[in-house]
Write a protein that binds this ligand. Sequence first.
Ligand code: WQD
Length: 323
Amino acid sequence: MTWLITGGAGYIGAHIVRTAIADGHEVVVLDDLSTGVAAKLPGGVPLITANLKDHKAVEQTFIDHQISGVVHLAARKQVGESVERPLYYWEENVGGLTNLLFSMQQHNVKNLVFSSSAAVYGQPDLAESETIQESLTCNPINPYGATKLAGEWMANALVNSDEFKVAALRYFNVAGAAADDLGDTFALNLIPIVMQAIKAGSEPKVFGTDYPTTDGTCIRDYIHVQDLAEAHVAAMKLVSSSDPSFQAINLGTGKGTSVLEVIEVIREVTGREIQPTLSERRAGDPPSLVANATLAAQALNWTSRFTLREMVESAWSAWQHQH
Ligand code: WQD
């Protein structure tokens, strides 16, 4: 049974590739290498270097390989960029997925694990102690989140029309690395941004200190990328063995951490003095986003194992290795 992993050469995808292989699965990767790195793939893993918008290349992949399921990650994922270039996001994320689903339909491949995002929830109006359940109404506030929600809808429609079996995994804040060569190479999220600032000798910014939270900074649910990868392998098994269905599942730890708490852990782990600049709020940041992780535990028989400290330790080690 061969799984096609789109975006498998990226930060998260490469973790999934290695975890799936270690679990005994055969994998094929399709990645346009716009942000992915071929060297992250273990030797022997077939790589098709193509963008999902290239319908011919996607179709040829299904002709050349006996694919029985797809883990779909290949997409654009920068919230700010999606606001500036919305059509690019719709074209890449929804257009790419449309091609992929056509080929899956054509080749009778019905198992799909879809990389979704907590961005589908938007800015939920919750009390500070409340976590986010999958049943919450989705209301994305940026084109990135909207394309992820549209992707969920498209996949869901194929459950009825073609008996697809879909797990849409809604990621919270992914961090850490399982090995030094698998670290996040981009400084686009809080932990790598702070590490980059340490290396550059500059001061990281804390966006907003007047939120209605314990220390005034935003609360997020940080999850180790290796935990996330293991949840994907569990989801591959879930869809393979289930009846036609669509399940949206949060991937988080259920534990919230504030921006200042994250910076404190980075200070402890790196031993470096960090003097963050306390800045204005960043537009569109909800005060608190923490997953209710109950469904993941039930449906995937999976719970997160790694602590925030382990995320920061592994991210720091990989960051130093790469920079
Ligand atoms: C985390 C916290 C910032 C940078 C994004 C996407 C989301 C998902 C995960 C893909 C926030 C604060 C950040 C900085 C700061 N992506 N911060 N100074 O926005 O929670 O989630 O990534 O699916 O869809 O929106 O992640 O790492 O940008 O921010 O104070 O320099 O750190 O305000 O509270 P975010 P983030």
